[in-house]
Design a protein around this ligand. Structure first.
Ligand code: FE2
Length: 284
């Protein structure tokens, strides 16, 4: 029997300060939601005051995870110790697999408005020490699926209808969609049973987890909605429409040892990482 997912928890993003003083809203890695296996962190940074973000995220390490940066407005300049550099601009996505380790900086540039998201996706034990890898996809390369009812979906990872997102070969088999639903429009899409799923509502209002006989959960931006298990999800746009990210991924069900930007399976692996950083052998 097909089961339509309902909303399990509604998380109100919490103000946080990260990096060298970037003001942001955090929904995963908070007191209410420490993680949503395989997702470890979800931040929404956005401001029209450059003082809120110009300090940026100077050189810092990552190991054992993937960091996913998706921009709506403004640009972030990035650079790492492996020789990669570039900018992530409006509509661009960077899916970075840190694997065994990178040191990088992520610096938002002055602009009338900065708006974007960073998601951390855990890596399974067998891939925590894999070679670092980037998938940098510019806005023009992200396909848009259009429904007859005015729904528009930027497909970053996963599939909608016959459209496949450009981010591929990720362990969590993720879906990452940027969905816009016009007023009172409906959007239904399958989400694999057993996969963790959330919607991050950042514009407008909508009804999430609409089922036969229930209007679902009403929510207004900004909110993160954790979905119950099931086979698909239905979302309905509110009076002025709604825009949200719909993200899902396969849980790892592995132990998590977490220390700042490092996420491993054991305490020993964290200590090893810190030792390598001290001894200058972290980057290979
Ligand atoms: Fe980073």
């Amino acid at each position: 029997m097909n089961q339509t997912r309902k909303v399990k928890t509604v998380v109100t993003p919490q103000p946080a300060i990260e990096g060298a003083g970037v003001h942001l809203k955090r929904s995963i890695a908070t007191r209410t939601l420490s993680e949503l296996d395989p997702f470890l962190l979800f931040d929404h940074f956005g401001s029209d005051n450059p003082e809120d973000y110009l300090a940026g995220f100077p050189m810092h390490p990552h190991r054992g995870i993937e960091t996913v940066t998706y921009m709506l407005a403004g640009t972030v300049r990035h650079r790492d110790t492996l020789g990669n550099s570039g900018t992530i601009g409006p509509g661009d996505i960077q899916w970075m697999t840190a694997g065994r380790g990178i040191l990088h900086e992520e610096m938002p540039q002055r602009s009338p408005r900065l708006d974007g998201f960073q998601l951390w996706v855990n890596l399974p034990a067998r891939l925590k020490m894999t070679a670092p890898r980037y998938q940098d996809i510019s806005a023009a390369k992200i396909p848009v699926w259009k429904g007859e009812n005015g729904v528009a979906v930027r497909v970053i990872a996963g599939e909608v209808g016959a459209i496949r997102g450009p981010v591929t070969d990720i362990a969590a088999a993720p879906t990452y969609l940027d969905v816009t639903i016009p007023p009172n429009g409906d959007f239904r899409r399958p989400v694999p049973r057993g996969h963790a799923a959330f919607a991050y509502l950042f514009e407008g209002t909508g009804m999430f987890g609409v089922t036969e006989g229930s209007d679902g959960t009403a929510a207004s931006a900004p909110k993160l909605l954790v979905l119950e298990d099931g086979d698909d999800i239905v979302i309905r746009g509110g009076k002025s429409g709604v825009r949200f990210l719909l993200v899902s991924g396969q849980p790892l069900n592995e132990p998590i040892a977490r220390y700042g930007p490092f996420v491993m399976n054991t305490r020993e692996e964290i200590e090893q990482t810190l030792r390598e950083l001290r001894e200058g052998t972290f980057i290979r």
